[in-house]
Design a binder for this molecule. Sequence first.
Ligand SMILES: Nc1ncnc2c1ncn2[C@@H]1O[C@H](COP(=O)(O)OP(=O)(O)OP(=O)(O)O)[C@@H](O)[C@H]1O
Length: 751
Amino acid sequence: QQEDALQPGVSGLPVEEVDKLYASEKHVVFQTEVSRLMNLIINSLYKTREIFLRELISNASDALDKIRFMSLTDSNALASNGHFNISIVADKPSKTLVITDSGVGMTAEQLRANLGTIAKSGTSEFLSHLESEKNKGEQMNLIGQFGVGFYSAFLVADKVTVASKSNDDPDQHVWISEAVDDFVIAKDPRGNTLGRGTQITLHLKDDALEYLEEENLKALTKKYSEFINFPIYLWSTNFKWVENKSDAAEISEEANVKDDTEAAEKEPKREKVEVKEWELLNTQNPIWTRDPKEVTENEYMDFYKTLDKEPEAKPIIWSHFKGEGDVDFKAIIYVPERAPRNYYHQLQDIPHRIKLFVRRVFITDELGADFIPRWLSFISAVVDADDLPLNVSRETLQKHKLLNLISKRIVKKALDLFAHMAKTDEEKYAKFIREFSMSLKLGAIESSQYRKKITQLLRYPSSLEKEGSRVSLDAYVSRMKSGQNSIFYSTGTSVEEIEQSPFLERLLARGYEVLYMTEPIDEMLIQALPGYNGKAFANIAKGDLKFGDEDESEGETLKKLNEQYQPLTDWLKNTLDEHVEKVAVSKRLTTSPMAIVASAFGWTGHTERLMQAQAANPGAKDDFMFQMMMKQKKNLEINPDHPVIQTLLSRIEDGEIDEETKEVVTVLYETTAIRSGYTLKDVNNFTKRVESIVRKRLDVDLNKQADYKVEMAKDKTPEEIKEDEEKASSFADDASEEDDLDDTRAAHDEL
Ligand SMILES: Nc1ncnc2c1ncn2[C@@H]1O[C@H](COP(=O)(O)OP(=O)(O)OP(=O)(O)O)[C@@H](O)[C@H]1O
């Protein structure tokens, strides 16, 4: 039926007509971004230029989706053309490839706006990124991810004609461009040939004539467009056997006179003739409506490519399921192998990954964060709902309560899928966590409803894990020491940094496990999580650390040590008054002499650095809270078993403290701050102190300055400048004898 609607071998506007219009009509200049993009496309590496067909078919399919959606509420929309199809015709004599759709079409104004400008935000920055020399190798890939769509036509064509007829424009118009600078728009001299829709004619480059071969077109459509929901037809050459008419007449006459059996043996003569006809290239049996048992892994992988714009993207896992009960729907959800490009920068703005259909009719891919919470926006999905009304606007649909129910089911299903992956495939799960643990943590912060479930999915490096592997909170709790009430953790920018931290010393020596939290979001997460399975989280760089196995005697010992070290702690408090609030004997240290500990509500070194980075915005550093927290004094803990600390105590007791000791202790404090994760506020004085200690150690006079001589920069005399120029030009001549004079002069000027 659909096929009947197609006229035989539809052709584009004849080349001579195109040339005539292009020569006579007014040229409109492209928006700068379009010119830049086209320039890149034309000059890019041709490795994946075949994608143009996918892009154009996908645009045709979008246009068909749009008119079908409109027809749900406007019964007149299809009067101009009642069919939904895409057709491809390759015409060798004119070296053109014509792709026609009966979609929504474009008015003259839409042709100008859609094919002459790019509205995407951030385009200019993206293009600069692409244009930079160092990204040359990656260009095509990046262009693909950006979604050049229509403009990819110029990968294979040096001229493109777009004829389009919209219901909103009485006339059919053509848009013609030879890329780079400008285009023309004119009334189509053929009149309204399309009824409604768009016809793109690619005037192929001489090195792209392979795209006129039917076999290639069939293979490409199969490869890239198999899952398009509208029929795609190719004007194809087939061979048919037909009866040779004159032979057949002779045979039947003979049959009258001779006996029947002999006549039957004498076959009518048949010949093979070439026929041109429309051949349907795809099946349009949506994969999600099929029985999952009958869909192959490759089909799932191929279908994923229609949902994800990145050409190399693959799913790590998927789930094809049916929702039944209060709402009936079918869905496939995919988890990508890698986070989408710029994913974590654009969390607010990740649309288009969920496609909603209602009884196979595409409705929208712009459901946004109301449908899928932003922390889960990395999944892609198709959802086909049976019970949603078709004839409602997208806005009303978004608030529909059935959509809400579907959304909940999808979130739950996704969490189940992650949990299943964790249980059945450790390696895959580790990969998943590497990519998406930040998203999960965001989910645990933002969603009180799923917090428990998401927290179970988290994995952390820890002091007991081998390099690279991670532990779940359940596993941590299950191997906690009896009596241990806290989940010990430390924060830092990397595992290596945390491993160097003095806070770990005694905990590890005593056999406790410590989680290493290295993502900035961990700090926020811990604030949102009161604990896990009844165990509180304890930051080992903060406050009064309790191991859980303390008895009275231990408290006694600490009290005695504090008394014994009081002369030193008092002296330190005095000497370092500018920086420290409190000095006490530590329970955390074994090998380091001292450590700086944040108060229970203060910032650890790691938090302080994070906050400083966040406060990079103008004005943020003047924020009262920020100022107050940055100025907050620290607690200093000393190790009573350390020889430096013991020596300091005896010096104080013997009254042997001098300026030099003060200087050394200040430097010791400063290096302790660095090891404890804090940044030094006065690096200048710190380096001066270190130099002074070095001088004393080497017996170099403290006041002796470096003896240096510097000559003032001299202006060159005109003679010297001339001499330089002569030298430079003879060098340029030698270097490029074959270059023409202009080049030499340019090189000369540059030198
Ligand atoms: N066959 C078509 N029928 C109707 N409109 C079209 C057709 N092809 C392109 N357009 C219009 O031109 C616009 C620009 O197309 P282009 O392919 O460059 O970008 P896009 O499709 O919006 O984005 P992307 O390719 O990243 O999905 C489209 O948004 C659409 O409005």
